[in-house]
Design a protein around this ligand. Structure first.
Ligand code: F6R
Length: 246
């Protein structure tokens, strides 16, 4: 694991965008794994700026999102589909047919999950997977448990995650209780992983991910088993780490 502690959220976001840009420059047809939530917003903004300055071209890129809420259609403002188009896809040149996000709506969610994995595999897997981290150590929506799922699956969200994500909804009752998430296998099979965390509220999760026991009760700790992980954190998220840069 390579850790870099950046001064603040903006520096972290600029650095994250530069890593994605390098990936796309070196391999224009990269398969990018993408995350939603507050953390990568700055990274997306910086990538959009680079695109507008002709510093990056996404025309051959394929994207796979980590997750989607069950029950929210693509045009629901809180769906991850909506988030991705609003914050990124509508502002860059990724061809729509190269964008993959699991649908949270359908009669046969199991089939949706299966097809999603098939799409990832048929494209040869993910080259660079961007991850945020939950306060409880979740990555994607792989929640702490005594067992983890390998493939894309329907997951019951924990109370903590529902609470954390209620900030995006009018009321906590509106937060979906389930999501579709890529499993640990697709994440761990990614050639490179870029984990981002900002703010003191993530300090404990980051400490356990980097220095803690490797356990399914803290899914991000499994990243210790991956050979190419870059972790970018701001100073606040690094607060509980003994060393600053490794
Ligand atoms: C989102 C995702 C989640 C978030 C995590 C952190 O696609 O997979 O694991 O990365 O919940 O969310 P934020 O960045 O909002 O703190």
């Amino acid at each position: 694991m390579r850790l870099q502690v950046l001064e603040d959220y903006e520096e972290m976001s600029v650095k994250a965008a530069s890593i994605v840009a390098s990936q796309v420059t070196l391999k224009p047809d990269s398969n990018l794994g993408l995350a939603t939530g507050s953390t990568p917003l700055g990274m997306y903004n910086n990538l959009i700026k680079m695109y507008k300055k002709n510093l990056i071209n996404f025309k051959e890129v394929v994207t796979f999102n980590l997750d989607e809420y069950v029950g929210l259609p693509a045009d629901h403002p809180q769906s991850y589909h909506y988030y991705m188009f609003d914050n990124f896809f509508d502002k860059v040149n990724i061809p729509p047919e190269k964008i993959y996000i699991p649908s949270g709506v359908g009669d046969d969610l199991k089939q949706i999950c299966k097809k999603y994995d098939q799409s990832i595999n048929s494209h040869g897997g993910i080259d660079l997977q961007v991850l945020g981290i939950g306060k409880n150590g979740h990555i994607g929506f792989n929640e702490p448990d005594n067992k983890l799922r390998t493939n894309t699956h329907v997951v019951k969200l924990t109370e903590e995650t529902i609470n954390d994500n209620s900030r995006f909804f009018d009321s906590i009752d509106d937060v979906p209780k389930k999501a579709i998430s890529m499993g640990m296998s697709s994440i761990m099979k990614s050639k490179k992983i870029l984990l981002l965390a900002s703010g003191e509220q993530k300090a404990e999760a980051i400490k356990k991910a980097i220095n803690g026991e490797i356990t399914t009760e803290h899914p991000a700790s499994l990243l210790q088993l991956h050979s190419d992980v870059i972790i970018l954190v701001d100073k606040n998220a690094a607060k509980l780490l003994a060393t600053t840069n490794t």
